[in-house]
Design a protein around this ligand. Structure first.
Ligand code: NAD
Length: 338
């Protein structure tokens, strides 16, 4: 479920398609879907956001359900929004299942680990790539665009794993510090002031500058189409971890490939979110409660084995990781359809 002024029917269709391939790449028994509302949540009061969430949930009540379509949070939606939606769904449908929405608060049937799942899944994939190609965390500088749910947890957990996170940004711009950023400090500043403008943790940079920084790993974790024909030649990172959906345009993809820049595709890199959404759904359906450790171990196993399968396919056919991921995903979907 995405709430954003940029939502369009075409965007929702594209996001649904990616969701299909993503679930197939990590081999979980979900299909693809997406929902969106054209709105800038920053203009809404808490009451307005609640009423919007409830009305939307009521209006889609017929097309969602434990065994139909199971929403989860995305841009500008969160646990609170999921809680309002589930509550409204139960009221209008009379169905009390908890498994209709995921990304819920723990008190309402949410899963341990769901909040950080997408960022954590991305870090597991990064670790596996580091092991495969042989780079060491301490010598690896990372620039991250976007510091919402995905970007923030990726930054925090990558730092904990020993990487040097040198740049972070939000929609208005970012900060850069070659020595490594104090992630919690930058986040606290953003929470207090509403943006990174004036943040003293590092030098102020624009989002365009962030993408072109001299780093080993670039992590677009905000919006679509930020690496395009016009800036693909200027990217200096050797590796890209696509935590946003669709951050690299198809023409840019060809340029990156010819420049031997390795891009871990969105359908693999950010699949940790839907994987733990599946865990949440399964716990709700089976009336179980897994520990945080159990969730982390299961997520790690899935992300690392999915990376290995995609990597192996790319070596086998001498192709980029996105095409390799699609080969695996399309094959699984076709087998199901047959
Ligand atoms: P969020 O709403 O929590 O955060 C979005 C962040 O992006 C904010 O920091 C915002 O300031 C920043 N941003 C917005 N527009 C920007 C721009 N033009 N340039 C730079 N920064 C900008 O959203 P999120 O859940 O972190 O999602 C981020 C991306 O990750 C999206 O592409 C989303 O589809 C994808 N994703 C999210 C999940 C999930 O579980 N939340 C799972 C898979 C993929």
């Amino acid at each position: 479920m995405r709430f954003s002024p940029e939502v369009s029917k075409e965007e929702v269709m594209a996001l649904s398609m990616w969701m299909t391939w993503k679930c197939a790449v990590v081999d979980i028994p979900f299909g693809g879907g997406k929902g969106g509302v054209v709105v800038d949540t920053r203009d809404l009061s808490a009451g307005e956001l609640e009423r919007l969430s409830r009305v939307f949930a009521a209006s889609i009540a017929d097309v969602i359900g434990e065994n139909k379509d199971v929403p989860a949070p995305d841009m500008y939606t969160n646990q609170q929004v999921m809680a309002w939606m589930l509550d409204e769904y139960r009221r209008v449908s009379g169905n009390n299942s908890l498994a209709v929405f995921t990304g819920k608060p723990l008190e309402m049937g949410g899963s341990e680990g769901r909040t950080e799942a997408t960022g954590l899944g991305g870090v597991y994939v990064l670790e596996e790539m580091a092991k495969t190609v042989g780079f060491s965390p301490a010598k690896t500088r990372i620039a991250i665009q976007g510091m919402g749910n995905v970007g923030y947890y990726f930054a925090k957990l990558a730092k904990e794993a020993g990487y040097r996170v040198v740049a972070l940004s939000d929609s208005k711009g970012g900060v850069y510090n070659g020595e490594g950023l104090d992630i919690e400090g930058v986040m606290a500043y953003k929470e207090e002031k509403g943006s990174l403008e004036g943040c003293k943790s590092g030098r102020q940079i624009t989002n365009d500058e962030l993408l072109e920084l001299e780093v080993e790993v670039l992590v677009p974790a905000a919006v679509e189409s930020v690496i395009r024909l016009d800036n693909a030649e200027k990217i200096k990172a050797k590796y890209i971890v696509e935590m946003a959906n669709g951050p690299v345009d198809p023409q840019a993809d060809d340029i990156l490939w010819s420049r031997e820049i390795v891009s871990i595709p969105d359908v693999l890199a950010n699949a940790g979110g839907v994987t733990v959404s599946y865990f949440e759904w399964k716990q709700n359906v089976d009336n179980e409660k897994w520990s945080g450790r159990e969730v982390y171990e299961k997520l790690e196993a899935i992300m690392k084995s999915s990376f290995a399968a995609v990597w192996q396919t790319s070596r086998e056919y001498k192709i980029d990781l996105r095409t390799a991921a699609y080969i695996l995903a399309v094959k699984r979907v076709v087998e199901q359809m047959k």
